[in-house]
Write a protein that binds this ligand. Structure first.
Ligand SMILES: *Cc1c(COP(=O)(O)O)cnc(C)c1O
Length: 404
């Protein structure tokens, strides 16, 4: 993907023309970037030849799921909605894993009927529920059990999932009990140990700690797991500090720690695959002068992009109309929603902006549109995919009628 900020061009298409044609706020995705990310991921882990299941919650657009399927990935889903959409987008159920702490009986029943790769169970109660439904359907179900390795992912608390105070997975002790229980069940076929310690991880250390624990626990079970599902969480570079997760180092560490097992590795990356492929183009409605800062009031808001309001996430903002003048005041980029957290960024020494100017909010491909809502009864934005310098509308802006 090329983003040429001098000419405001994404993959050969002029941002201004796109904004004019499709209106704003506008989500744009670059196919070439998605492909590049998948190639990089596959290449880094090629020694493992893993099964890669895209975490659908990062972005559940049907066309994008279809493209990701064609590029060879399966899916990690967390609801019957995501499971249905993944299948409808063409993903083979044999490449779908189902995660989540609260799968309902209906969801489990549907997943069993579709014969997906694995249901990754997260509690004793869920295992009993799966067994009961399997018995009723007279089917043997492939399951995984999610271990809570009690390791700190060194990411922000809101997206950490692998510590003992988190609701995810089961402790080592319960894991060992559940392995015994599942081994003796007529309806459960225990195939997998799964873990997922959190999101936006940029350091190897948390993964290394997690791998040591996984190794220790598998040894204790003395059980032959066909799969080890290491989850996702690989971080991307939102700010300009060039910090990057060492994927090849992670691969080496997996080989080192898990070399005694013949298990096939599964990954569930979401953000890494799609995060930096997405841009949100937004127009400045008003500029409102404040005491020490100017409020740049955008037509995009927290309902379109929730991450800054939800976990204080930072996204780069770049102006489409470049000039050499610098603003003397702080610019606070906000949306029109009636919440003080409806704020994207506070920036100093930004270039001078004017009303009606366009700006681009970067790296919004993951947890952008999928977390969007109709709050303040605002319509969901249009999404377009840029592929081979052609534009395809992959989701239309909701109309006023849709909102009624
Ligand atoms: C959210 C989630 C993922 C994906 O996380 P990323 O940080 O987007 O890679 C993978 N597996 C599970 C179980 C998850 O909950």
């Amino acid at each position: 993907m090329k983003i040429d900020s001098k000419n405001f061009i994404i993959d050969g298409l002029n941002t201004k023309v796109l904004a004019k044609k499709y209106s704003t706020p506008l989500y744009c995705y670059s196919f070439s970037k998605i492909k590049e990310n998948i190639t990089k991921f596959t290449h880094s882990f090629k020694e493992l030849n893993p099964i890669i299941c895209f975490a659908v919650k990062a972005n559940s657009n049907k066309t994008l799921l279809g493209e990701i399927n064609k590029l060879g990935l399966g899916a990690d889903v967390v609801s019957i909605g995501e499971l249905t959409k993944a299948i409808k987008s063409g993903i083979n159920p044999k490449k779908i894993v189902f995660s989540g702490v609260g799968k309902t009986a209906d969801e489990i029943s549907f997943a069993i009927k579709k014969r997906i790769l694995l249901i990754n169970a997260e509690s004793k109660s869920e295992i009993l529920q799966i067994e009961k439904i399997a018995k009723k359907q007279n089917k043997i179900v492939n399951i995984g059990i999610r271990l809570n390795p009690n390791t700190d992912a060194n990411t922000i608390d809101q997206i950490s999932t692998g510590k003992k105070e988190n609701k995810f997975g089961v402790s080592e002790k319960i894991f060992l009990d559940l392995v015994k229980y599942s081994k003796n069940s007529k309806y459960l076929n225990l195939k997998c140990l799964s873990v997922h310690i959190g999101s936006q991880i940029l350091e190897l250390k948390p993964y290394e700690k997690m791998l040591k624990i996984v190794n220790k626990v598998i040894k204790k079970t003395n059980y032959n797991f066909e799969y080890i599902d290491l989850g996702g969480g690989m971080g991307i570079n939102y700010e300009n500090n060039y910090k990057q997760l060492n994927l090849k180092g992670y691969c080496k560490s997996i080989i080192k720690n898990l070399k005694n097992y013949k298990s096939k590795i599964i990954f569930e990356p979401g953000r890494f695959i799609i995060g930096n492929s997405g841009f949100l183009i937004s127009k400045i409605i008003y500029i409102k002068e404040g005491h020490k800062k100017d409020f740049i009031i955008l037509d995009a808001a927290m309902n379109d992009l929730m991450r800054p309001a939800l976990y204080n996430a930072k996204h780069k903002i770049i102006p489409v109309n470049k000039n050499k003048k610098k603003s003397k005041k702080i610019y606070e980029f906000v949306g029109p929603i009636c919440e003080s957290t409806d704020k994207f960024s506070s920036l100093t020494k930004f270039q001078k902006l004017n009303e009606k100017d366009l700006i681009i909010i970067c790296d919004v491909g993951a947890y952008g549109m999928s977390l969007s809502s109709n709050y303040n009864l605002r319509p969901k934005a249009t999404e377009i995919l840029i592929k081979n310098s052609k534009v395809k509308v992959i989701s239309k802006r909701q109309s006023l009628k849709d909102l009624m």
